[in-house]
Write a new protein. Structure first.
Length: 329
């Protein structure tokens, strides 16, 4: 089924830690493999959940939250099974980069993967053909990474299956992030949430801040949300301090008009901030030319009204870089 192997027995009760062994033949290691850390907790039959972070290696909040969860949970605290991949694209996570330095690929644009492909394609293939089919739900913890900053949020994809969509929606509410939204008209077939759809299981994603760092606030939201989501799925018990429901704004995100892109190269001067409510045609940013500072800056505009949920972080931009994206109630 896959060229990736592991010493983990997914049907065995108890707590197991180890590696997925991703074959990789290079000069310094002819028959070597890339280690991808994995933790499996099982306690009899019950709900089966996959928790992932490090799908993008420069999104650190989930990597920390899942490592802490993996260390703190014992098998007797759960019913069913939890598989944890804190650094799903391990070479990218090791490098602290969005894409893998081994093959340059973005794991979340590689599904359904390829059994004989490059390392990132083989990871995608393993997740889609080995892990997802033996799970009922997957939570994929993302954030804005180096280039973007998000409001702390969870998201689900609009599913053509009404029952599956209702269950994903309930899981998103259980996570109880300050913002939660639905990707309407999602057309990306190469992402993990599309893989989950193909496997008939529910998927919850997050966008927990970002900027290439970890903040106490983002981590608190991640850890609390994960505990609440696991309890909702019936795989763990809910700790009393997590039972309180906090305010969460329910939004939707559409396609192209929700996004603002740089149409020139230069220095990015944002004119709005996260959580600002904007109108159609409102100026979003000025892009200042670096070599000809006497020229007027290019003005980028919002194409529609909405709430700013994502903003670019680095000060330098090139034509085609995403500056902002919006959500609507
Ligand atoms: Zn990501």
């Amino acid at each position: 089924m896959s060229r990736i192997s592991t010493e983990i027995d997914f049907d065995k009760d108890g707590r197991q830690t180890g590696f997925l062994r991703l074959p990789h033949s290079v000069d310094r290691s002819a028959y070597g493999w890339i280690p991808i850390p994995i933790v499996c907790l099982r306690n009899g039959p019950g709900p089966r959940v996959l928790l992932m972070a490090g799908n993008h290696g420069d999104e650190f909040e989930g990597q920390v939250a899942l490592a802490k969860l993996a260390r703190s949970l014992t098998a007797d605290q759960i019913k069913g099974r939890i598989i944890i991949l804190p650094t799903a694209n391990a070479p990218a996570a090791r490098a602290g980069k969005r894409n893998s330095p081994v093959d340059g690929l973005n794991l979340n644009r590689c599904f359904p993967g390829n059994i004989n492909g490059s390392p990132t394609e083989m990871i995608a293939h393993y997740i889609e053909t080995v892990l997802l089919p033996q799970c009922d739900a997957v939570i994929d913890v993302h954030s804005g990474g180096q280039s973007l900053q998000y409001v702390p949020s969870t998201h689900i994809r609009r599913s053509p299956d009404a029952d599956r969509f209702a269950r994903a929606s309930a899981l998103m509410e259980a996570f109880n992030a300050p913002f939660s939204w639905v990707f309407e008209g999602a057309r990306e077939t190469r992402a993990l949430n599309a893989a989950a759809e193909r496997c008939g299981i529910i998927a919850l994603g997050t966008e927990l801040c970002g900027g290439g760092t970890v903040t106490p606030n983002a981590l608190r939201i991640a850890e609390r949300g994960l505990r609440r989501a696991l309890a909702h799925l019936g795989v763990t018990a809910l700790d009393p301090p997590d039972a309180e429901i906090l305010p969460s704004r329910r939004l939707q995100v559409g396609s192209y008009p929700f996004y603002v892109y740089a149409e020139d190269d230069g220095v990015f001067e944002p004119l709005v901030a996260l959580e600002d409510v904007v109108t159609a045609d409102q100026p979003a940013a000025l892009i200042h030319p670096v070599d000809t500072p006497w020229r007027a800056p290019h003005e980028a505009h919002f194409k529609q009204a909405g709430i700013v949920v994502c903003a670019r972080v680095p000060g330098r931009v090139e034509r085609g870089d995403c500056l902002f994206h919006l959500a609507t109630p």
